[in-house]
Ligand binder design. Structure first.
Ligand code: ATP
Ligand code: ZN
Length: 587
């Protein structure tokens, strides 16, 4: 029951006793009966929505098979420490967040991601390493508490204590979400603050109207009680929270965490969507496409320098250079660089032995006042970019020694999803990226986007969002949190991709798509729109009934019984209407 519920219920009781006191025993009894029946049903319905959330929490097993000194023993999950090895039997639930260290498996991750197609998991390369949740762990190695193991036994190294598991955070956030008030609820709360005292004043006047209109006190008293029942805004109080509760619960079951009524309502009215490119519209796993030495340096020598320096950075591009570079170098020793200095959105600088190494896009060198790249070098870079490559120019001290080009592939689902979003009426979609304009255009063309803004620094992404908001008013920003968190924070609704593997994204976004899947976006928007529509219908029903009943009871056209029936009836109608969200279909 919403805040103020006690007062409203109490007034109803007063009315029942009042009716009895006025000599209408049967009516008083009926009133009490209807009143308790109505409220029991209402509780039952809200409980149903709440259970749908609580069911999430029940997904986590309470015990785990801990493997220690060659023996296994069943322990409570709260006893598990980071680094423990647990054994997961075939077709049973995984008890902790961790990395696979033994056994191949295929895991149903629906409890977290809403996606029940099994995902293949394999052991990490280095099983003896101490992993922590902050490490860069591949999806194929990582498992979550509450998900269901396939047909093989697997051994998992625990990376999070039970209380911090992705599932328990998810449950916590969903629980918090339903208590956060939406704009509509704040509005109805405000309305009630003025409405309830006005009703009480009206009831007071009616109560003492008997000498003026020349009727017995009992008649005035009866009428005042009827008005009290008619005007108690029970249905109004519950119309929004019930829809938010059901909407958030349904979304969570579909792998979308919506953090409360505000993002739920906002997502239902957005007209524009901005997307980050790397990791959102693309796979986020760029591949090394070209290594171009400049001058007389050897290709491998150039690569060794690049790998040594990029090892220090955790930018997705840097990781790609290290991964693919090491593979090409096949075990050659790589030196350690030091003194990393990252230049946001442009590149990095570091020391390697006695040399100073620079790696970055042309903008990085724009800012330096000496030894700018020659026209010939700039042209070579631009030529690679026209082919859709992300390029990095490498400089050693004052000499340009080479160019490395990488290419990321658009997500398979990007084109379909954008098409669907257009179909459901999202007017404006735009890509915002730190990558060069040519790559932005190439990716945009491939996935069917008309707008792509490249070479944006994180703060320029924020400006872009602000500009969009001026034109479109409600703008959602979809990103992976890597260098788009400020833009997400400035948008109407910040949506994080692949939040299951990233605590930061999970905590900071307004909406988190738990599976790393763009396809859940139309579902989230569709559900939010439905929630918004249901909230609107509920307001009409609850306000409409009150608006009709008040004059009807004042003029004695409706007695207390009728007033109670409509009062409780409208309350049940709005709750039942809200519960329809629990059955919302994905497509
Ligand atoms: N560690 C790095 N090494 C080399 N170049 C880098 C590095 N970090 C950034 N850059 C250069 O700066 C550009 C912009 O980087 P930024 O992180 O802003 O965006 P992005 O990851 O390319 O794309 P998006 O904005 O879509 O996520 C890169 O395209 C690259 O040219
Ligand atoms: Zn009520």
């Amino acid at each position: 029951m919403a805040k103020g519920g006690f007062e409203i219920d109490f007034l109803m009781l007063v009315a029942a006793i009042g009716a009895a006191a006025a000599g209408e025993w049967a009516e008083g009894a009926l009133l009490l009966f209807l009143f308790s029946l109505g409220h029991a049903l209402e509780h039952y319905a809200m409980e149903k929505a709440r259970k749908s959330i609580a069911a999430l929490a029940d997904l986590a097993p309470k015990t785990a098979l801990l493997k220690k000194d060659g023996k296994t023993e069943e322990v409570g999950i709260e006893k598990l420490d980071i680094g423990d090895i647990i054994v997961v039997k075939p077709n049973s639930k995984i008890s902790a967040d961790g990395v696979v260290v033994n056994g191949k498996s295929s895991v149903n991750q629906a409890p977290i991601t809403g996606e029940s197609v099994p995902v293949d998991k394999l052991p990490v390369e280095d099983t003896s390493r101490d992993y922590s949740a902050d490490d860069d762990i591949k999806d194929e190695n990582r498992v979550f508490a509450g998900t269901i193991n396939g047909n093989n036994t697997a051994e998992i190294k625990v990376i999070k204590e039970a209380k911090d598991s992705t599932l328990s955070r998810l449950v916590k956030l969903v629980n918090e979400a339903q208590t956060r008030k939406s704009p509509t609820q704040l509005l109805t709360d405000k309305f009630e603050r003025y409405f309830v005292p006005s009703v009480l004043i009206l009831v007071g006047i009616l109560l003492f109207a008997f000498p003026v209109i020349d009727e017995p006190f009992s008649a005035s008293f009866y009428r005042a009680m009827a008005v009290l029942v008619a005007a108690s805004p029970c249905a109004l109080a519950i119309s929004t929270p019930s829809a938010v509760l059901s909407g958030v619960a349904r979304a969570a079951r579909g792998g979308v965490l919506i953090k409360g009524g505000r993002p739920l309502e906002d997502l239902g009215v957005i007209t524009a969507l901005a997307f980050d490119k790397t990791g959102t519209l693309t796979e986020g796993k760029p591949k090394l496409t070209e290594v171009v030495p400049l001058g007389d340096i050897e290709e491998n020598e150039l690569l060794k320098i690049a790998v040594a320096v990029e090892k220090l950075s955790d930018h997705p591009l840097a990781k790609a250079v290290v991964r693919d570079g090491k593979e090409r170098l096949k075990g050659t020793d790589i030196n350690d660089a030091s003194d990393l200095e990252a230049v946001l959105g442009k590149g990095i600088k570091a020391s390697l032995g006695k040399d100073k190494i620079y790696i970055g896009n042309l903008d990085l060198y724009e800012d330096l006042d000496e030894a700018k790249p020659s026209e010939e070098i700039s042209n070579k870079v631009k030529e690679l970019e026209s082919g859709g490559n992300t390029t990095m120019l490498i400089r050693r001290n004052k000499e340009y020694i080479g160019i490395i080009a990488l290419m990321d592939t658009p997500r398979e689902a990007a084109k379909e999803t954008l098409k669907k979003l257009k179909e459901i009426g999202i007017k404006r979609m735009i890509m915002l990226t730190g990558d060069n304009q040519k790559v932005a255009d190439a990716v945009a063309k491939e996935i069917g986007l008309t707008d792509a803004w490249g070479s944006l620094l994180p703060e320029e992404k924020v400006d872009a969002i602000k500009e969009l908001k001026e034109k479109e008013s409600k703008v959602a920003m979809v990103g992976d949190g890597v260098n788009d968190a400020p833009a997400m924070a400035n948008s109407t609704v910040g949506i994080a991709m692949g939040a299951a593997g990233s605590d930061v994204a999970l905590e900071t976004a307004d909406v988190a798509l738990m599976a790393d899947k763009l396809e859940t976006l139309p579902f989230a928007i569709g559900l939010s729109r439905k929630a918004k529509a249901i909230i609107k219908q509920n307001l009409w029903v609850s306000l409409g009934v009150v608006a009709l009943l008040i004059p009807a009871t004042i003029l004695s056209w409706a007695n207390i019984g009728v007033a109670v029936a409509f009062h409780e009836g409208s309350t049940l109608v709005v709750v039942a209407n809200a519960l329809r969200l629990l059955a919302y279909k994905k497509d």
